[in-house]
Write a protein that binds this ligand. Sequence first.
Ligand SMILES: Cc1cc2nc3c(=O)[nH]c(=O)nc-3n(C[C@H](O)[C@H](O)[C@H](O)COP(=O)(O)OP(=O)(O)OC[C@H]3O[C@@H](n4cnc5c(N)ncnc54)[C@H](O)[C@@H]3O)c2cc1C
Length: 482
Amino acid sequence: MTGSSDTPVGSASEIHTLISRLREIVGEDNVLTGANLSARASHFRDASPLHAAALVRPADTQETSQVLSLCNTASQVVVTHGGVTGLVDGDCCTPDDIVLSTERMNTIEPVDVAGRTVSTGAGAILQNVQQAVHDAGLQLGLDLGSRGSCTIGGNISTNAGGLSVLRYGMMREQVLGLEVVMADGTILSTMNRMMKNNAGYDLKQLFIGSEGTLGVITRAVLRLRAATPAVDTALLAFDSFEHVTDTLHHLGQHLNGTLDSFEVIWQPFFRLNTDPGIEGTSQAPLARDHPIYAIAESRATRTATDSGVLPTALEEALEKGWVSDAVIAQSERERRNIWHIREHIDIALRHDPVFVYDISLPIADMQAYVSDIDTQLQTRWPGCNLYVYGHLADGNLHVLVAPAADESLDEATRLDWHRHSNTIVYGPLQGLGGSISAEHGIGLSKKSYLSLSRTQAEISLMRTLKKTLDPAGILNPGKIID
Ligand SMILES: Cc1cc2nc3c(=O)[nH]c(=O)nc-3n(C[C@H](O)[C@H](O)[C@H](O)COP(=O)(O)OP(=O)(O)OC[C@H]3O[C@@H](n4cnc5c(N)ncnc54)[C@H](O)[C@@H]3O)c2cc1C
């Protein structure tokens, strides 16, 4: 599960010397080895102990620079960890790697209300930044289900998407400035706070979405938006996908730019997450036999003109016969119940095996695509569960494939099934101009399929950039590209 095999691994004594020198840089307590290291979980979703040569926790950009300079000279692989909630094995490491955790670089500076910016350390937890910005009367245009654990550095390095992309764009649109430490320890500080800065190449864009392969992000300046406390959330039921897109277009035209989210849920996922026979599911606010559902959420400032526009627009969609049934949350509890149906993926993940995808494709092709892969999956594995839901307005679907297995599978069969599932799910995307990764990135788990979404010329330029910025190949090697 690593890409570090090409990099020479030092002898035990060399690693020992390196760790001693790391301790001199960041302090004894901030280099974890042995039991202190293995007390940590490998990942947000994997409680097994973290195996690495050491975990180092620099306090700031200067210490990060010294750590990388040392590791670069020693050709020592460094894998950066934020909140380890990534979903493509981008944070995987081997027992020979040094893990660089950004957890101590979690400062959130005072919000610049007039300039609508906030500067944070890369290790600041997204939810803490959201709260600090909220306390200052503003809002960050990024929200994800992993908000309580993921970090700003992780969000930037994966160019995270989430629930408000429709309105505010992906993480790239929220970043004004970055401080990055290059593989050799050089500090590239572009803590720009202005909306406009066309002075030459916009170098920060190189690091946004590069998954820790080109540099370590240590600080960022984020763009902020007006607070939108007037929230309307509706769950909608449809009898056809065509009516879903009619309604999306209608809401986009009539909500004065306040439509924040439009999330689609096909029936199997809705039924699973509202099954009264399963513990932890949500109450179904609408009948469970509609073929397709959507959650629409509008968020407005407290002006009389914006608040309450969603219910009015929905009445029109009901009158036109596009929406078959609808419910509008009357309280925060009801709102949370509606979102729980969409965000709660744990029940689907209890299947074993279950293969998880995050794809994008044109909205107009979605229903045909879902029907096509369902037919192929049922042919390959009769009774196979296919759960589809996601950020419809962004052209982004999450797809979970869970073939029925009579008994526990051996590893070879599991890999074979995964490969077949990948072929079925990814196969049609190239022809549709879609992407094998809408928002989670490539990491290790999607690397072999990169050529379905990027041309050879693009992949070749990615390799050139990697070789130029990290000639010794120490930063997250083997992730995204070989
Ligand atoms: C419940 C749940 C819901 C999620 N929902 C969404 C969603 O809606 N949209 C979405 O896009 N993602 C989603 N994710 C995936 C994940 O939360 C995001 O990819 C997130 O941005 C990762 O942040 P992190 O701090 O956990 O990064 P990590 O997992 O620690 O790292 C991710 C990658 O970034 C690199 N990295 C981390 N920090 C830095 C840094 N400072 N400098 C350079 N490289 C770095 C790592 O090496 C790794 O390659 C979800 C995950 C979960 C578990």
